[in-house]
Design a protein around this ligand. Structure first.
Ligand code: 13P
Ligand code: SF4
Length: 358
């Protein structure tokens, strides 16, 4: 639906009143009505870097979800304030690993005698507490665009063949990167279930594993199935299947291309006219790409028509953005995201290790 013209005018006016004092970041999964006001759009990695590169902006308005805004707060200076236009915009995957559960997991690894061989690698899609845990234990953060480099870094820190990675919280990104990109086998991976005593694993299994995958997943990407890949290949001859690495291993294994949101966009930009694509990622982005490339003769469809939007990304809508911008223009900070100093210190260590990856 087209954006409400009155709200568009109000957002524009508030942004003009704020001028350089505000910088608006928009993740690719945001609604069109919101993304039109973003000063920069990107995947999680690009947005983290861009937030850190705007020291002159007093306010960073983050159109995305809670863990992204927390990361921006960690990476920006103390005088800058990060605003999430709806504080209820969380991420169900990030919520699947709590600080208590992860501390308990470390105890399990310690009891099994493997903790000193384990380097934690945590996906950006995690709370600041989990990032701080990662930093405290010598690990790094990764995103879907640098997961392989992060794992290589982590394994490179141990004696050859001795290392293990605890990958949090997305089992699929961890497994897909290890198996598809790095040639490990499915047997090298075990899944730690935080709802079972000892993670549901024996000490022997933990000792044999190379990748200890946290049992978390994305509720949106987890719904693309092998059936949807088979169905689209039958329906559209010559179609190429392009999916996000948060999809399950069987979907990723059946796809032609895999990549972060930024990579998905660049693959489609480079695609020749007449090519056909089925894309398995969040619907706002797929729709925007289908519209953008339609007049270049590229046919882009959604991989599975029964999968819906990321409901928490969609919480940031134009009314919330207008409310945030107008409040800031009136001198009132709403929706502020603030990470406490100790958590920030250790989370920043882990984020900076990611930013320094080759
Ligand atoms: P990227 O934009 O880094 O690919 O991440 C996708 C995602 O699910 C963010 O929530
Ligand atoms: Fe979280 Fe999945 Fe939504 Fe990304 S798409 S914010 S991982 S629930």
């Amino acid at each position: 639906a087209p954006s409400d013209p009155d709200l568009v005018a109000r957002a524009r006016a508030a942004k003009e009143r704020l001028g350089d004092r505000v910088f608006v970041l928009g993740h690719h999964y945001q609604r069109d009505e919101v993304i039109q006001f973003a000063d920069v759009t990107g995947d999680s990695f690009k947005l983290a870097r861009d937030a850190a590169a705007r020291p002159e902006a007093e306010y960073i308005v983050f159109c995305g979800v809670h863990f992204m805004a927390e990361s921006a707060d960690i990476l920006t200076s103390d005088s800058q304030q990060v605003v999430l236009p709806d504080l209820a915009a969380g991420c169900s995957m990030a919520d699947m690993a709590s600080a208590e559960q992860v501390a308990e997991c470390w105890d399990v690894l310690t009891e099994a005698g493997v903790a000193d061989q384990v380097v934690p690698v945590s996906y950006m899609n995690s709370s600041a507490d989990i990032k701080a845990f990662t930093g405290r234990h010598g690990g790094t953060i990764c995103t879907s665009s640098n997961a392989q480099r992060a794992l290589e870094w982590a394994f490179g820190r141990s004696a050859p063949g001795a290392g293990k990675v605890l990958f949090l919280p997305d089992q699929h990104l961890g497994r897909n990167t290890a198996v598809r990109d790095m040639g490990m086998s499915l047997d090298d991976c075990v899944v730690y279930n935080p709802h079972k005593p000892g993670g549901g694993l024996t000490a022997e299994q933990l000792r044999a594993a190379r990748m200890i995958l946290w049992r978390g997943h994305c509720s949106v990407h987890g719904r693309f199935s092998l059936d949807s890949v088979d169905e689209v290949r039958a329906r559209i001859p010559g179609v190429q299947v392009l999916v996000h690495p948060e999809c399950t291993h069987e979907v990723v294994a059946a796809a032609d291309h895999v990549g972060s949101t930024e990579r998905i966009i660049s693959i489609l930009e480079d695609a020749p006219a007449g090519s056909k694509w089925a894309v398995g990622t969040e619907l706002n982005l797929v729709r925007r790409l289908a519209n953008r490339f339609a007049d270049q003769g590229k046919e882009i469809v959604f991989l599975d028509r029964t999968v819906c939007f990321c409901s928490t990304m969609n919480r940031i809508d134009l009314p919330h953005l207008v409310w945030a911008l107008e409040s800031l223009a009136d001198g009132k900070v709403v929706g502020r995201i603030r990470v406490d100093a100790e958590t920030e210190h250790f989370a920043k260590l882990a984020l900076e290790r990611m930013l320094a990856l080759p």
